[in-house]
Design a protein around this ligand. Structure first.
Ligand SMILES: *Cc1c(COP(=O)(O)O)cnc(C)c1O
Length: 383
């Protein structure tokens, strides 16, 4: 019989973020924890919620952790707790996730988009200072700085804190991507008077649905945010103290997170190994992410910069390597936010990054053979 030529096998696609690999590791424990909640039936603010809050507070080193329904609601709780209201200006990066801008606009305050640093991708203090200065002569009341720790690396809080203090502004840390990261030995989630995070499934620490938390050392702010997430309710039901939201975390999600926390530090170490390997091989080929001195990243994303992003992504896809773009457009360039103020510099770095950034597969279970394939595909695409 004639021998058939071997078909060149279509490469099996690599996962961008492989949640099933993590599930395979802890499914038994997570499912048992969920079953326990199903059995006791306290689906809202059950015992796992308080237990998780004390674990989270201890983990980051904050006095208070209050869980909530998402990272977006966490930002809303932080803004409301600081009394941000219509007519207020909230300074935030033009390059980042939309939640900060969205919640600010939703309560009638105004996002003011500030440029980011080309190396860290985080708020550029010079652009921020200029934006605040400009608003002094405008009609908005400068109220808060909302910094995002993009891709897992903390923003420059020592500088931001000084600026916030000098200007009398609240400072909020959006640690949705940096939970597990550190700055000068302090955990992300403690770098501003209120920090927020997200437990969306693909975040460094993710649940099996939506979830989030706020962190603070301030007992009064903690109390307000605790009330706000339950309609502004005080000790007595229906005796409301402020206009709040339904922003609770489900007990089932808290149970899932308690189990996932037991392997979280190991997962962070694995992410670091993946990032180290990427840097070792790609460092001389493309613009790789740079950590600022004193920073330990949670590596929510591993994001490089290339000139022909679409062509690069297409070539990688053909080799079974997925990529993602966080984010393809600066926030001051998307319709709902285009009419809010931008820093006097016009946020040129944000606009340039939006055209060039591309994220590679990154998760704790990205093993060497898969990483070899990714790196080979990148070398080929760049040659
Ligand atoms: C994911 C994310 C959020 C929103 O979190 P959700 O839980 O999806 O609402 C906010 N900010 C940043 C920087 C994020 O990455």
């Amino acid at each position: 019989m004639e021998e058939k030529p071997a078909l060149s096998p279509t490469p099996e696609p690599i996962a961008f973020i492989d949640l099933q690999a993590q599930r395979a590791r802890i499914a038994g424990r997570v499912d048992a924890a969920i079953a326990k909640v199903l059995a006791h039936g306290a689906f809202i603010l059950g015992p796992e919620v308080a237990e998780l809050e004390s674990h989270l507070a201890a983990y980051v080193g904050a006095r208070h952790a209050i869980t909530c329904s998402s990272g977006t609601d966490a930002i809303l709780l932080a803004l409301l707790a600081h009394g941000v209201r219509p007519g207020d200006a909230v300074f935030m990066p033009a390059f980042g996730f939309v939640a900060a801008a969205e919640m600010t606009a939703l309560i009638g305050a105004s996002p003011v988009f500030v440029d980011v640093d080309p190396e860290s991708f985080n708020l550029d203090p010079a652009s921020l200072a200029a934006a605040i200065e400009e608003q002094h002569s405008g009609s908005l009341r400068p109220a808060a700085i909302l910094a995002i720790d993009l891709y897992g690396q903390a923003a420059d809080y020592p500088t931001l804190s000084k600026l916030a203090e000098r200007e009398g502004l609240a400072l909020i840390e959006d640690a949705a991507q940096s939970f597990g990261g550190t700055l000068d030995g302090k955990k992300c989630g403690t770098l501003a008077p209120i920090a927020t995070t997200s437990f969306y499934p693909t975040k460094p620490l993710g649940c099996y649905g939506d979830g989030g938390a706020v962190f603070t050392d301030d007992a009064a702010l903690a109390q307000i945010m605790g009330r706000l997430r339950v309609h502004g309710e005080g000790k007595d039901k229906y005796l409301f103290k402020e206009v709040g939201i339904n922003g609770r975390m489900d007990t089932i999600q808290a149970a899932v997170l308690l189990e996932k926390m037991t392997i979280f530090d190991d997962e962070l170490a694995r992410r670091q190994k993946v990032a180290d390997r990427y840097e070792a091989v790609l460092g001389d080929l493309v613009e790789t992410p740079k950590l600022m001195p004193g920073n330990g990243s949670a590596w929510a994303q591993y994001t490089i910069q290339v000139d022909d992003r679409d062509g690069f992504a297409k070539k990688l896809r053909a080799d079974g390597v997925p990529t993602a773009v966080h984010y393809p457009v600066a926030l001051n360039d998307v319709a709902p936010y285009a009419n809010y103020p931008t820093a006097p510099d016009g946020a040129p770095v944000s606009r340039r990054l939006a055209k060039r950034v591309i994220s590679l597969p990154m998760h704790p279970y990205l093993e060497a053979p898969a990483q070899d394939r990714i790196l080979a595909a990148i070398r080929k695409a760049l040659s």
